[in-house]
Ligand binder design. Sequence first.
Ligand code: HPA
Ligand code: ZN
Length: 355
Amino acid sequence: MTMPLAAIIRRMPKAELHLHIEGTLEPEMMFALAARNGHDLPYDSVEAVRRAYDFSSLQDFLDLYYQGMDVLRTEADFFDLTFAYLQRCDADNVVHVEIFFDPQGHLVRGVSFDAMMSGITRALDEGQKRFGITHRLIMSFLRHLSEENGFEVLDMAAAHRDRIFGVGLDSSENGFPPSKFARLFAACRDQGYHLFAHAGEEGPPAYVREAIDILGIERIDHGNRSLEDPDLVREIVARDLALTVCPLSNLKLRVVDDLESHPLGQMLEAGLRATINSDDPAYFGGYMTENYLRIVEALALDHADVRTLARNAFEASYLTSEDQAPHLDEIDRLFSDAIEERGVAIQARRSQEIR
Ligand code: HPA
Ligand code: ZN
């Protein structure tokens, strides 16, 4: 019997490269933390929160995302949030994560840099011990804030340099081009941080180009609109910069009208190293496995496509080649077994037809 593609997707080891830890705050936890911290919520039930998650744009989502993270106050809150995400990863066979956090979103509420770092890293260490999930942590700058504010945060991060692997750029895109942060990213590079940025989610291909040429990013978060510029696509392929694509996010934020018109298939055809990710799963309706299943169904992707996507994520990760190898081998084993089984099934059917 051929293992159906859905079963392989569930079982295969996965790496997640585009996830905002604040975007994993499920409404149930939002209520629990609000109660623990004596914080009032503008909703009277979990259902009311879920009903509010009907977004018309990135900004429409961000307004609720920043409001939601208001409940995060203490070290324990950040631990609980991060550990709950890692439990979801374990259930989805996500074995490696490279995740963002938004320090500026918390500093404004008087949360200390130490509290968030301690909570998040304690959970990441526990997740590695309990589930074997490896990790990298990326500090993301909010692009609607000033570059100067970014420099202040970079100074605060210095005390945690050993736990912060890289820096990213997120929040409202249009009107906030990557070039606004040229000096900040140059300083981050000088301090040895790896560099990432959201670009081409709602913003034009020119923003992707700026992120590459001016900021010097090593991976493109989203990148959908790169496809509008064939020269840019050629450059991204030539430089082998991966795209961290987020199907359900794109659907919920109306970056695409429906999953059937999602550009992931075109990205793979163009030779772009696309990966599947969940972005803000508590807000967008699905974690990693769900993102795979929904996009594979919508685009009728086949075994070879899914194998490529799964491999891409490990190859675009910052695991060493040595640490990638067992996961890549396991992916190959699952797919080659499935393909062999399929071959046997087809042969059996043919011999039946002959008889
Ligand atoms: N885009 C920009 N900023 C964000 C996102 C996103 O998808 N999620 C959380 N902050
Ligand atoms: Zn994102």
